[in-house]
Design a protein around this ligand. Sequence first.
Ligand SMILES: *Cc1c(COP(=O)(O)O)cnc(C)c1O
Length: 452
Amino acid sequence: MTITSTSQWEFSSPQGKANYAAACRRYPGQIIVDLAALRDNMRRLVELTGGPDSGTAVMGVIKADAYGHGLIPTALAALAGGATWLGSAQTREALALRRAGIGPDRCRILVWMFNGGTAPLDELIEQDIDISAGSMAALEDIGRAAQACGRPARVHVEVDSGFGRNGFTEEGFGGLLARLSQLRDQGLVEPIGLWSHLAVADSPDTPAFVAATDQQIAAFARFSARMDSAGLHPQIRHLANTAATLTRPEIHFDLTRPGIGLYGYEADPAMGQPADYGLKPAMTLQAQLSMVKDIEEGHGISYGRTYLTPQATSTAIVPLGYADGIHRSASGFDRAGARHVDKPGGPVRVMTNAGPRICRVAGRVCMDQFVLDLQGKARDLGVAEGDTVVLFGPGRGAYQGEPTADDWARSADTISYEIFTCLRNRIPRLYLNAPAALPADDLAKLDPASIL
Ligand SMILES: *Cc1c(COP(=O)(O)O)cnc(C)c1O
């Protein structure tokens, strides 16, 4: 047994320890989500918007299976942290929240992506889920569904203040206002909200982007004034994502919609470290080495020979690959390899008898595995098959603890959001601090086998 074959985790019970062992047996990689961190991040976001009595509510954005953290556990942790809204893009996730027993008495839910022709708008209305309308076709579909249900739909009008994606443009807004008034007068639609989305709020140091955000805010104010003049006074105006929640208090309005901040990351590393904002990354991705061996200098590693060992070394196999959501673009090349470029691969923390060492993906990421260059002899380092290594985690200090999803994003030329959401469900997902973070009734909503 080596130093790393024991786990670093604190289990809440003997059953938690048994669940961990069962997950390791089932699969050689695990996602561990700290529910106390999710709750505390939400508490922090609520505090940043002025607290529970400020008049600004906070929505936990839990789209895409809560950015890969698990829909229901994350939603419950967000509520424990003071969120009074949950938001998802797809209708199935909004409905899943209600099915899990998260009723309208506990929180409002907003959903903003659907094809009105086939979407279950009737179920959304019956489940008291707020629906975004960003086009006339969507509004008509919502009106029809409300008529069929015999009760009004709660609608948030989405406007395109400059993002260039969904929502009404200023040109098309007059028609919307006229039709919305009719549907309201017919008792089919309650115009609850007005909202828009920001394109570059995560670049507070880039003057052109600050100006673009200012223009979006001005456009939003024009939409808002037009809605008021039409007598459609929306109760809830919302514009701020995480970046604006952290850096633009003047546009918190009635509701903010942080996503990435809930998961403990800032929207862009250029904004600083999560800790600068009092946030802590909640997810750790770890794996158990499936093979360790010595290899001579100049040995090609993986498909395409893009990495040739610069010296005699040991390599280790991490049994996660692109079929698990490890980006192939996080492959590592060296100048001696077929590409003749130095491109550091994704970072992995390996515990050695000389302390933690950051090793890099060597060569191409494969479907189910990738190779690490240990930069030394495994025997000398005390590294062996079965050792647990960490791909990313809370990242206490620059690599002193472990890499973060931002480090993987840099290696893969993407953003942390994509690092989380690409992880596949074949990797067991386990929850740390669940009994501490959730009330007993909520704890009972989790898969008992997932609680550490
Ligand atoms: C994803 C999303 C958010 C959250 O964005 P973050 O950058 O993760 O805070 C907010 N609003 C909408 C409409 C979104 O799609």
